[in-house]
Design a protein around this ligand. Structure first.
Ligand code: DI6
Ligand code: FE
Length: 404
């Protein structure tokens, strides 16, 4: 036992470890943390004698969950698209919005104009909103630079967030997000001239934890994505994919054939694609914020994912276009109301399965050996996290065993 050994008592733990008990719930639990990890978790009545004399940190009967994992965000970007949102609601057509410099191009322009400090400064309030709801792990993508310099700057900004806030950041290189204006109708040339060299440069600088892409008619076709994935594989980087968001191009199947960690969005995924994901152990990342914002009507195939045992993660997809959202609590509520996921599936989606979508094996559950990253809530039952709309019951976060 070390000085930093801590004993938390007077709590209910939703451990989210798989098993027979919903939510892995333990009433009147005790948690021992040591050197940043969970040393012991169980019913307080079973606390091993060697821990019995530790000073007790009482949590007043609160609920403790694993720290939340937001496994899909574009939280680092320049500018916003609020005026474009307003224009569209005032009747402007897509073309009018585009002519006024709107759409993803406007975010690329604003991101290219922002220096490193500006990118960090504009991301921090959004990050703070997530942390205020118990997030301890945050994935951040590039993809609004679409040139080497800006893609790298976005990833440097993402990494720097860890220096500014108590949060663990995991990065994804998303050079294949959109075809920039100067490569219009030359997507292949963009992949060869910009995307792949930028990926190599970002990897050489240690900025890339995984490689992502946007497989869609308005972005990149499967064979173009495959060329990026080949390079990822050569570099030993895991892959993931925005797939089947607006149409079915077989992106999830392609991703599964590369052993992808996740396929994300997947509204238009068919059962074949679900099976391929199940076989490859690919996590389905469901993004209700984008579904809601785009007023999409086709929901992801939740029943088929359940039937084939594909783990479902949930994330904010925080981005200035299709999901200007910084709330995992609202994400959970939307997943339940719009997609009929259960509150238990929703919580698993932002804990255990969110961690799996990022290839992380040391978080997302409260179990011995895991990082002691926890969220403490002023609620009695975990279903309250999905049930409320616009209410934040977070009491505190514990990072590495210490209040953050
Ligand atoms: N899918 C999306 O919904 C966002 N990116 C993606 O690959 C949209 C990005 C944007 O409009 O800024
Ligand atoms: Fe996305």
């Amino acid at each position: 036992m070390t000085d930093e050994t801590k004993l938390y008592v007077d709590l209910t733990a939703a451990t989210m470890t798989p098993g027979d008990t919903p939510y892995g719930l333990i009433q009147d639990a005790a948690i021992v943390t040591e050197a940043g990890r969970i040393a012991w978790i169980g019913p307080k009545a079973d606390l091993p004698a060697d821990y019995a004399d530790l000073a007790r940190h009482g949590l007043n009967g609160r609920l403790v969950t694993p720290g939340l994992v937001d496994c899909h965000t574009h939280i680092v970007h320049g500018g916003d698209r609020a005026v474009e949102f307003e224009m569209r609601l005032n009747g402007a057509s897509y073309e009018e919005v585009a002519r006024a410099g709107g759409g993803i191009v406007s975010t690329v322009t604003a991101t290219r104009e922002a220096d490193l400090d500006a990118l960090i400064a504009s991301a921090l309030p959004r990050v703070d909103a997530l942390l205020a709801e118990g997030v301890t792990v945050l994935e951040v993508k590039s993809g609004y630079g679409l040139d080497t310099e800006t893609e790298l700057r976005m990833l440097r900004a993402a990494r720097a967030l860890e220096q500014h806030r108590p949060v663990r950041v995991v990065t994804s290189f998303l050079g294949a997000h959109a075809v920039p204006a100067d490569y219009k109708d030359r997507a292949d040339a963009y992949i060869d001239d910009v995307c792949i060299p930028a990926l190599r440069a970002a990897h050489a600088e240690g900025l890339v934890d995984a490689v992502d892409g946007f497989c869609e008619g308005i972005a990149f076709l499967p064979d173009q994505i495959a060329r990026v994935f080949d390079v990822a594989q050569e570099l030993g980087l895991p892959i993931k994919l925005h797939a089947e968001q607006l149409s079915n191009l077989g992106g999830a199947k392609l991703a599964a054939s590369y052993g992808a960690m996740s396929a994300d969005h997947i509204e238009y995924l068919d059962e074949d694609g679900v099976k391929a994901m199940a076989e490859a152990g690919t996590v389905a990342v469901v993004l209700p914020g984008a579904f809601y914002t785009l007023r999409e009507t086709q929901a992801p195939p939740i029943d088929a994912l359940r039937k084939h045992g594909v783990p479902m993660a949930l994330a904010s997809d925080c981005n200035p276009g299709s999901s200007p959202m910084t709330s995992l609590l609202l994400t959970m509520n939307m997943a339940c109301t719009l997609f009929r996921m259960t509150p238990e599936e929703a919580l698993a989606g932002i804990t255990r399965h969110g961690a799996a979508a990022l290839g992380l094996t040391d978080c997302g559950q409260i179990a011995a050996g895991m990082r002691a990253d926890l969220a403490v809530w002023d609620i009695k039952h975990p279903a309250e996290l999905s049930y409320r709309i616009g209410f934040n019951p977070l009491h505190s976060r514990i990072i590495g065993g210490t209040s953050a």
